[in-house]
Write a protein that binds this ligand. Sequence first.
Ligand SMILES: NC(=O)c1ccc[n+]([C@@H]2O[C@H](COP(=O)([O-])OP(=O)(O)OC[C@H]3O[C@@H](n4cnc5c(N)ncnc54)[C@H](OP(=O)(O)O)[C@@H]3O)[C@@H](O)[C@H]2O)c1
Length: 320
Amino acid sequence: MTEPAAANNGRVPRASLRVLLLGGHGRLGSAIAARLGPLSRAPADGRVELSAPTRRELALDPTAPAEAATHWFARWRPDVVVNCIALTDVDRCEREPALATQLNAALPAALARAAAVNGARLIHFSTDYVFDGALRRPYREDDAPNPLSVYGATKLDGDHAIADAGCRHWIFRISWLYGAPRRNVSAMLLERAGADRKIRLANDRLGVPNPVQLVAREVADCIAREAANAGLDALPPSGLYHLSARGATSWHDFGVAFVREAIRAGQLAAAQAPHLEGFAENALARPAKRPLYSALDPSRYEQAFGRTMPGWEQAIALAL
Ligand SMILES: NC(=O)c1ccc[n+]([C@@H]2O[C@H](COP(=O)([O-])OP(=O)(O)OC[C@H]3O[C@@H](n4cnc5c(N)ncnc54)[C@H](OP(=O)(O)O)[C@@H]3O)[C@@H](O)[C@H]2O)c1
């Protein structure tokens, strides 16, 4: 894997690139903020000025996304907006479809329109839940989506709205995040060890677990390129890219591999390792349907951005 691009092939960079990170205190957003910090301390070539406002500073009224986008662009004057705001609780999206539509579709649409007006780039995140899982091989960008849930449908509407707005954009479709300090499978595997030793993980769904550190590293690389090539055409084209580790597994098999690697890395004592049990999640009565297969194929991303994505087992090291 290559490191963030620093060279600009002799082109003239702008003094610094203003990056506005929205949702910078969530699971993925925090990892991106941590990764962009060093770029903001870089020398003039490729320097990044990062703003990661809190939810309070953003003061978003979800019913008025256009006003919010206009206000944020006026206040922070970003060259690049990285949008991690979303309603990600898939069951809550079924119960609150209006809020899901506002945050997952209307807000990205408003950001894209404001980015087009202001000549900025929008980096946004889509989801594997736009697919129904019927294909049973890693999904490519041109495979037909068919969301099974309000979450998947509203996220897909957001993708379409960004593509229609005409701004410079990269939509990164990602899947099954872990590696954040809270509210995800790896945190649970590390935290609960030694207390309640039994953890049940689904074994009937296949997808790709991705550490937030991997996605953040790739986003930082994109922003470093943007900083080094600002205003020029040497960047991968706008569009939708599947940004994912390779392979496919269940949460249960991931858990077994993660615990093994955590012990090897000294993050977990073998005697305190949780006992993992597989179960059929599909049998649970839950508001939102999840696709039984949703692995993503990163080939288009690798080709366009000149990157090589690791297998999901290899990627675990990035979270430890
Ligand atoms: N998690 C996954 O497994 C997964 C899988 C595929 C795709 N994705 C996509 O990846 C992106 C990031 O996901 P994530 O897991 O990092 O999400 P997350 O942890 O739920 O973070 C969402 C962010 O949105 C902010 N937010 C929500 N409602 C808001 C409101 N009304 N006003 C202002 N901010 C608001 C949250 O603020 P607070 O911090 O204040 O709560 C948080 O910072 C999303 O686009 C998601 O659809 C995630």
